[in-house]
Write a new protein. Structure first.
Length: 254
């Protein structure tokens, strides 16, 4: 039987942010229950409609002697450890040897309910619900650089990176750049994930905001590290855009 460790509540009581940039999650160390390093995060598989991580694709080669194979591990099985600066996961070498693998040519962005049920069933985790035949999954490295369109279908920017709550797996922001599209320079803006709508054609994200709103919006200041921002800073962004705080919405889904 697979044991899922107790996760930290989504509603944090302190003032320190638990955010981490998507491009920094890739490569984060993974530890066993005793604190021994056993692998690392290769990439994240994200539900772009729901705005949260579904899988972490992990590699364990060189640590458990099982080669360079990658394994999709349901996100709820990972627990972030502040002291270690990485994720703990309570699984054994024997479990991994029998676990579903991520095949080298496998497209995680294609709908595959059988795969999802197989992976989550093996690890005794509830499978993600996906409607129809179109997958809403996308890998974290694919999101970075994706175009952003306005409501009229005009390209106005791109996704620079995602800011992810490393405790809950919820996407807090997409950091967008609009330079060259709205004539507002190369500034980066944190946009709450709930404001973005995923487009199939053209492939990218749509956001209903105006040039005037962007010009007055909170932006990432030069030298500012959003992984160290206080909760008040996050609240300012959500208040400006008048959307529900992501940490409250995440707790409702837990």
């Amino acid at each position: 039987m697979v044991t899922t460790m107790q996760r930290t509540p989504a509603t944090e009581s302190g003032t320190v942010s638990s955010l981490i940039a998507s491009d920094r999650v890739e490569g984060t160390a993974v530890y066993d229950a005793q604190g021994k390093r056993i692998g690392k995060v290769e990439r994240l598989v994200i539900d772009k409609a729901g705005g949260r991580i579904v899988y972490a694709v992990l590699s364990f080669g060189g640590f458990l002697g099982i080669g360079g194979t990658h394994y999709p591990i349901p996100w709820p099985m990972l627990n972030y450890d502040e002291k270690l600066g990485g994720y703990r996961v309570e699984i054994t070498e024997e479990q991994l040897k029998k676990a579903p693998k991520a095949e080298p040519v496998e497209g995680w962005e294609q709908a595959n309910p059988d795969r999802d049920e197989r992976v989550h069933g093996y690890w005794e985790q509830p499978a993600p619900v996906q409607e129809g035949h179109t997958s809403s999954l996308i890998t974290s490295d694919s999101v970075e650089g994706m175009p952003v369109y306005d409501v009229h279908g005009k390209r106005i920017g791109k996704v620079e990176r995602l800011m992810i709550d490393k405790l809950t797996g919820q996407i807090a922001y997409a950091i967008l750049s609009f330079g060259g599209f709205l004539g507002i320079g190369e500034d980066h803006y944190p946009i709450p994930w709930s404001m973005l709508t995923c487009n199939e054609k053209p492939d990218g994200f749509q956001v209903d905001i105006t040039e005037e709103e962007i010009k007055n919006a909170p932006k990432v200041e030069q030298g500012e590290n959003w992984e160290l921002t206080a909760r008040a800073r996050n609240q300012d962004v959500y208040d400006y855009w008048e959307v529900r705080y992501y940490w409250i919405a995440a707790s409702d889904l837990s």
